[in-house]
Design a protein around this ligand. Sequence first.
Ligand SMILES: Nc1nc2c(ncn2[C@@H]2O[C@H](COP(=O)(O)OP(=O)(O)OP(=O)(O)O)[C@@H](O)[C@H]2O)c(=O)[nH]1
Ligand SMILES: [Mg+2]
Length: 303
Amino acid sequence: MKEIQDLTQKTGFIALVGRPNVGKSTLLNHILGEKIAAVSRKPQTTRTSITGILTRGSRQYVFLDTPGVHKPKTKLGDMMMKSVGTATTDVALVLLVVEPLAQIHPIERELMEKFGKMHLPVVLLINKTDIFTPADIIRTIEVFSKEFKFEAVIPLSGKTGDGVEIIFDEAEPFLEEAEWFFPSDMITDQPERTIAGEIIREKLLKLLDQEIPHGIAVVIEDFKESDKRIDIRAEIFCEKAGHKKIVIGKDGAMLKKVGSFAREDLEAFFGVHVNINLWVKVKENWRDNDYLLHSFGFDREDS
Ligand SMILES: Nc1nc2c(ncn2[C@@H]2O[C@H](COP(=O)(O)OP(=O)(O)OP(=O)(O)O)[C@@H](O)[C@H]2O)c(=O)[nH]1
Ligand SMILES: [Mg+2]
């Protein structure tokens, strides 16, 4: 990053938007140097908009990670898409994240049209450059640049960190002189228990087969913090009795694995010993049930 001499406080909201699985949450975690957002190989990992705050010198960047844009098939999907709309309503800058596939997906085309109508400044982030060829990247830049007037195009890798610093240089002109919204040492406005729930859900996404993860919700029932340890009691909701059996695994093996992977991450995050107690329950069709969506926290103002 270029040295910023200007001492005036500046800040801006910056939304990360794109199709599912393009690497938005990975990038947010990399920028923050902390894992606050769940990441997985399965699409539609992120379900609500997640705030990641980075304060550097006199600048405070407020990133909004959003759910991957898709055509929703459930009420949960509708809410996820609503949260993308809310997150992009009043931002200083949009970061449109794509993969170097050298073609534009119809959803990306729709997004560009929408941003154009809203007169939003957009920077194109071409992610995952670590696994594509320079030719793929160049063709992707050409294809997208023909369709939209981007403020800048940045090839990068949220995984290796290559190119990520350039985001800050390109975002600089869009920050406004204003008092910061958050204290300088704050990295997210998500409550600790929400982060715990997301990390547990991430492990389920990673360890379970295709169809089950989308039907899973994790609710933190109890989060007790003392000086030396945190005790967490979480309920895992799935949609079918058959799924419950798989989530528990033979002699509880799957659940044990989920708990121990989640504990590892959460201990690194909180810096204290973490004890996780997991329970599995069945709630059929919760993704289309207003009452359950509400009780799982999906219709908060920010989601
Ligand atoms: N090789 C490579 N893989 C990446 C990179 N960024 C993300 N990934 C992988 O891509 C997959 C999706 O990453 P996420 O960060 O969950 O993607 P997302 O855009 O947040 O996905 P949704 O939340 O579903 O919209 C994961 O398996 C990541 O490890 C990258 O720069 N390079
Ligand atoms: Mg995500």
